[in-house]
Every structure is written in C-alpha cells, then in structure tokens.
Design a protein around this ligand. Structure first.
Ligand code: AMP
Length: 312
C-alpha cells in the first residue's frame, strides 16, 4: 500500500436497522466504515482504517473497502463476533432509539496504529473510549491535525479521560445535544466557547437536517445540510460528515480556517449522500463525479449573487 495522509480509527459493525419503511438486518456499519468510505472519495491516496472485526465478518466487506481506496491493514480480525448495533427510527426519521449494543470483539479493542510508509498527518478518532483515543494520538509521531468525535455515554462516564483528549485534539465534532451536555450550556454559542477553552481550537456542532456550525479563531461559520427530496436512512450521516471533512483536509494538506470552511461543504455533501441509501449502500455506489455534481449544486444553493450588505 502507498502512504496514507489520513488515519481513521473507530467501530466496524453489523447494524440491524428498523426503519419505518422496513427492517434491515446485518447491514455493514460502524463509524470507521462510514468515515473511510466518505474520505476515500476525496483523498487521492489510501485512507488507513484501524478497527476490529470478528470471525463472522465477511472478507468481501473488507475487499469492498479496499476497492474504494481504503487500506485495511489496520483492521484486526479477532476470534469472536463483530460489534453489533440495533437501532429503531421514528416515523419521521428525526430520532432513533438504540435497541441493543453488543460490543463483542470491540469490548477489548486496543487500537494499534500499524507502522506505515510514513505517518498519517491527519487523524480522525471515531467515537470510542476517550482513553483509547488518547492512546492513538500518543502512538502517532507529530500529527498535523487531529479530529475526534464522542458521545453522551463518554461525556457522562469518563470526564477525566475526555478532558485529556480535548487537550490533545485540534477539532471536536459533536451534535448539539452532546455540545450542551459537555459544556453544561444550553446556548450553542456559549457551549462552543466553553468547549474550545478546554483544548480544541475548532469545534463543529452538527445539527442534522439543520446543517452544521463551525467555531474557530476566525469566528463562526455555517454550512447547511443539502435539502433532499427523500431520506432513506440517517445512520452514519455524522460519521460520513466527519470522513468527508477530514478527506478534504487531507487532500488540501493543511487546515487553515479558509480550508476548514470549504471542507464543511464536502462534509455536508457526503452526509447527504449517506442518508440517500440504507446503510452505506449509496456511499458504496457513488463516484467522484456524483460528489462533484452535488458540490456544484451546493455552490448554487448558497450563492446569493454578490455582496451581502445594506445599500446606503
Ligand atoms: P451515526 O449515525 O453517525 O451516529 O453512526 C452510526 C454508526 O455508529 C452505526 O453504524 C453503528 O454501528 C455505530 N455505533 C453505534 N453505537 C456505537 C458505539 N457505542 N460505539 C461505536 N460505534 C457505534
């Protein structure tokens, strides 16, 4: 395999999805899967993925990831069953309930970054125990830009490890509920200021169909979600967003504020493709040309034709 500008760590899963339109079983899932599929549409080199699967995980899934430009050398295969998640969506797909989570081989996952031909300067830490996320950062020499995701489970149970993680990352990507819980502030602008004081210079707050906010030293920035006529399955949208964002940064080779702002649109575009299929089906089927088309549509969506100022 060639060198990889982007390393992604996270879950690789089988998902059982109860959608209003029907039930889907044993769907390929996991945060690392969605993020890697999205990122691989952007970076011109391979995306490295670090995760664990059980003996029940079909080799064909890994082959599909490789075919999409994902280096799977860092996917460990362990005796036992793959991580499983079972979710049920509300009629309007706006909320979901976790019916069951079976950690299986993911329970004692200790991510090991495989020695590669050159370290990956960009790192995306999917939602796992914050202590493991810190361990990954420590294994990598001098990453240029580290982004992390987390969830309410860790915010409630592992505040000390999470505090250490926040000091080590450049960007935290969370949803509005998680930002409120982490900061104890209901107002998102205040929540962002509080979280950024704890370490990450940038914070993205995802708001699903209401777009995403970026807070950094250059100020506050907003990217809408792409308006779709039909949403089939929101599973993995957040991870696809993060993967698209990091894929764009890895392609650019740096993450100054202007690049981060442009990356928000690629992130949002990939999130929008993800929700158009059940599981990662749409991401697996789409091409770079499809992405280019949606980016062009995005540019039109936010183009107001000139300067936005009050005529005096
Ligand atoms: P998202 O919809 O972006 O939150 O991501 C959904 C994906 O996260 C699914 O494919 C699940 O397999 C995975 N997932 C669900 N719960 C967990 C968990 N506790 N830890 C890691 N991954 C999870």
């Amino acid at each position: 395999m060639t060198s990889s500008p982007l390393l992604i760590v996270g879950s690789i899963a089988f998902d059982d999805l109860d959608m209003p339109s029907g039930q889907h079983r044993d769907v390929l899932g996991g945060a690392a899967t969605y993020a890697a599929l999205s990122a691989s549409l952007l970076t011109l080199e391979h995306v490295r993925i670090v995760g664990v699967v059980g003996t029940d995980f079909p080799e064909a899934h890994l082959a599909n990831l490789r075919a999409r430009g994902v280096d799977t050398t860092g996917v460990e295969r362990k005796e036992g069953r793959t991580f499983r998640w079972h979710g049920r969506y509300s009629e309007d797909l706006a909320s979901r309930t976790t019916i069951d989570t079976q950690l299986n081989v993911f329970a004692d996952f200790s991510p090991q970054v495989p020695p590669g031909p050159g370290a990956s300067p960009f790192v995306l830490l999917g939602n796992i125990h914050p202590q493991l996320q810190v361990n990954v950062v420590n294994q990598i020499g001098r990453p240029k830009f580290v982004a992390a995701d987390t969830m309410n489970w860790w915010i409630e149970r592992e505040p000390t490890h999470l505090a250490e993680l926040l000091r080590k990352i450049d960007l935290l990507v969370v949803n509005d509920e998680e930002a409120r819980q982490l900061s104890g502030q209901h107002n998102l602008v205040r929540a962002a200021a509080d979280i950024r004081k704890r370490g990450p210079r940038a914070l993205i707050i995802k708001r699903g169909e209401f777009g995403a906010l970026l807070f950094d030293d250059a100020g506050t920035f907003f990217a809408p979600a792409y308006p779709l006529e039909e949403v089939l399955d929101p599973t993995g949208a957040g991870d696809s967003f993060a993967g698209g964002l990091m894929g764009y940064l890895a392609l650019a080779g740096d993450a100054p504020p202007a690049v981060l702002r442009r990356a928000m649109f690629f992130a949002s575009a990939l999130g929008s493709f993800c929700v158009e299929g059940i599981g990662p089906a749409r991401l697996l089927a789409m091409s770079r040309a499809d992405l280019a088309g949606r980016i062009a549509a995005f540019a039109k969506l936010v183009d107001f034709g000139g300067q936005l100022s009050l005529p005096l």
